[in-house]
Design a protein around this ligand. Structure first.
Ligand code: C2E
Ligand code: MG
Ligand code: MG
Length: 646
């Protein structure tokens, strides 16, 4: 049969509906055929020829309806069957007891089946037809125009009634089954929609990697928590937790281990707080902890210390042991703000202060941090234009041979003349330029400016001066500094031996491939390399040879106290001896008096730099200094040039 339901997964819901209707119509058709067959038999037994005639006509028409159904002409088939039943029932009533005839039972059957299979207008037409027939028969009886013969119930009549009821029950059973199934389908559908909307909400409010709530849910929970804190008169704290070395774990072991590490860190954070506290993932290696209902800052401090201790234990990620720590910033309600975003911002700022303090630390937000940030912002925007506006310049601090006092060269030190804030020391803006990346552009300018100056001095007959410039680690990370230096040397026709690069010890720890390769290329150009502020950072001495360092600049902190401090003398002596055995030069930085200069000379230090000889000088003054000072062996004439701010 065409109308058979299809299990084809590609069939649309409309096809399924049509299939179901076709199937039901054929089943109803067969039921009606059976009922009519039974009715015909009863009529035959009762020798009720008229009824038999109606039944036969009905059998034919219902058969035709079945044939239409097979051809998938469902609506005409349904209408044909319903009208056949209605008309045959009416004829049966007309010839048999009028509206008291058991054939009246067929009307409700037709209406129930019709309500499932045909349109509302067609059903209404059937109802109107039935009402008119019943009304007509009643009117004819009432007006005496027709008299229906009423006979007492017989077994024959009972048989008709039972046949009709049987067919009716079968039809109702089929249709009720359809209804139940449709209801069940709707229920499953509703459940599915509910489940998927819950799933969607979960995804929107949780971090996929760690399963922790995300910032969005965080701000919702914050609103609730702030309400409770207001009612109870308690405090609320937001902790900003940043993992200290996630980037290097990710870079060294790959992202998959990095992800596992983050999951473990999230788990540890969750375990380190009270059940009423909530841990969120802010993004990357940053987490937020919301601590509602806290008594005082001491309780928050204790909680933060507990978190810090928990995060410090080594992690085992797929059999690799990694050590890590975290930095925590804290901001509190109502002291710092009533608003989630502001509290998070302030906790973030405090966290950066914890990082600057050497990491693995906790800092509570205070207004001074805010003032620093505002100034940083102002300087940051100003710095971006400083180069264009010609606000940067180089000052030069002479470097002398300690034994002979002759001038060897100078260190170029950056100066920024801000139009409103006046002179800004490099200590204030270099770190800022490093954070924003601007140091690359500024550093490039310094390199070019230094080479231009060396050219000018050579042209002016100032002889062989070595100029050292400070280079930031960030410039190395770009991996192009050797190109920049090479181009500047070429552009100004400079002997590479006249240029010296100063890097800090901390730069040498960044043993990344690009750093090593870049340093090697720089050395191959022929420029000098010195380690600035030597003795203050992490000294893995093997680097000194690996990177072919030429000179160590002994940090000012040892030099300053040299004449009064035995331990400092011991350190400087050790540095100088080690340098000598590695065939490296040494420079004492920050020499302010003759006694220190004499001691350094005695300890075997080669070169000196400091206020004793000269402060960093603007160009014209340095040139005067250079002209007045012997560059061959001779006596030292300190302090002949006027100082500049240092
Ligand atoms: P640094 O390279 O160690 O430079 C030496 C600093 O010590 C200079 O400070 C200098 O003025 C100061 N100084 C020299 N002699 C004495 C002395 O006898 N007594 C005292 N108390 N101080 C002395 P300045 O110019 O403020 O520079 C500070 C730091 O800024 C530099 O330290 C360097 O690390 C950085 N810097 C300066 N210019 C540049 C640059 O062009 N690029 C980069 N990346 N950093 C730079
Ligand atoms: Mg320096
Ligand atoms: Mg230094």
């Amino acid at each position: 049969m065409n109308a058979a339901p299809t299990n084809d997964p590609r069939s649309s819901p409309l096809d399924e509906d049509e299939n179901l209707h076709a199937r039901r119509l054929s089943q109803l058709g067969v039921t009606v055929l059976l009922a009519l067959g039974t009715g015909s038999l009863i009529a035959l037994v009762r020798q009720d020829w008229r009824t038999l005639g109606f039944m036969a006509a009905a059998l034919l028409l219902v058969g035709a309806s079945l044939a239409l159904t097979r051809r998938r002409r469902i609506q005409p088939a349904a209408l044909l069957m319903l009208w056949t039943l209605a008309v045959i029932a009416t004829l049966a009533m007309w010839t048999n007891q009028g509206i008291y005839s058991p054939a009246l039972l067929v009307y409700p059957v037709v209406l129930v089946i019709g309500s499932m299979l045909v349109r509302r207008g067609q059903l209404l037409a059937l109802l109107v037809f039935m009402a008119l027939c019943l009304g007509g028969m009643t009117w004819l009886t009432e007006t005496g125009r027709h008299q229906f013969e009423l006979s007492p119930p017989t077994y024959g009549v009972l048989a008709y009634v039972l046949t009709i009821l049987g067919a009716f029950s079968a039809a109702i059973l089929l249709l009720a089954g359809d209804l139940r199934r449709a209801l069940a389908r709707v229920r499953t559908e509703v459940q599915r929609v509910q489940e998927s909307s819950e799933q969607l909400r979960y995804l929107a409010e949780h971090d996929q990697l760690t399963g922790l709530p995300n910032r969005r849910l965080g701000s919702l929970l914050f609103e609730q928590a702030i309400g409770t804190a207001r009612r109870n008169g308690t405090l609320l704290a937001v902790m900003f937790v940043d993992l200290d070395n996630f980037k290097s774990i990710n870079d060294s072991f790959g992202h998959s281990i990095g992800d596992d590490f983050l999951r473990q860190a999230a788990e540890r954070l969750r375990a380190a707080v009270r059940s009423s506290d909530t841990v969120f993932r802010q993004g990357g290696d940053e987490f937020l902890i919301l601590l509602p209902d806290v008594r005082d800052a001491a309780a928050v401090s204790a909680a933060a210390t507990h978190v810090l201790a928990g995060m410090c234990r080594p992690y085992t990620v797929r059999e690799i042991t990694v050590s890590s720590s975290c930095s925590i910033g804290v901001a509190m309600f109502p002291g710092e703000s009533h608003d989630f975003e502001t509290l998070v911002k302030k906790a973030d700022l405090a966290m950066h202060h914890a990082k600057d303090a050497g990491r693995n630390a906790i800092r509570f937000f205070d207004e001074a941090m805010n003032a620093d940030m505002v100034e940083d912002l102002m300087l940051g925007t100003g710095l971006a234009q400083a180069l264009e506006k010609n606000e940067l310049s180089l000052h030069f601090q002479p470097q002398l041979d300690l034994a002979s006092g002759r001038l060897l060269g100078a260190e170029a030190l950056l100066r920024w003349q801000h139009p409103e804030l006046g002179w800004i020391p490099p200590a204030r803006f270099i770190a800022l330029a490093e954070r924003s990346g601007l140091i690359v552009e500024i550093g490039q300018w310094v390199i070019d400016q230094a080479c231009r100056q060396l050219r000018a001095w050579a042209d002016a007959g100032l002889g062989h001066l070595v100029l050292s410039i400070n280079v930031s680690t960030i410039q190395f990370k770009r991996g192009t500094i050797d190109l920049v230096v090479n181009q500047a040397l070429d552009r100004h026709g400079i002997n590479p031996a006249s240029l010296e690069l100063e890097v800090t010890e901390s730069a040498l720890i960044h043993d990344a491939e690009t750093f090593v390769a870049t340093l090697a290329r720089l050395k191959s150009l022929g420029v000098g390399l010195s380690i600035d502020d030597f003795g203050t950072g992490y000294s893995n001495l093997s680097y000194l040879q690996r990177f072919e360092v030429d000179k160590l600049k002994i940090d000012q902190s040892f030099v300053r106290r040299l004449s009064q401090s035995e331990p400092d003398q011991a350190i400087v002596r050790a540095i100088v001896q080690m340098a000598k055995s590695l065939k490296l030069q040494t420079t004492g930085e920050g020499i302010e008096d003759q006694a220190t200069a004499a001691l350094l000379r005695e300890l075997g230090c080669d070169q000196g730099q400091g206020y004793l000889f000269s402060r960093p000088l603007p160009l014209a003054q340095f040139e005067r200094f250079a002209r007045e000072h012997p560059r061959a062996a001779g006596t030292m004439q300190a302090g002949s040039a006027s100082p500049t701010p240092a």
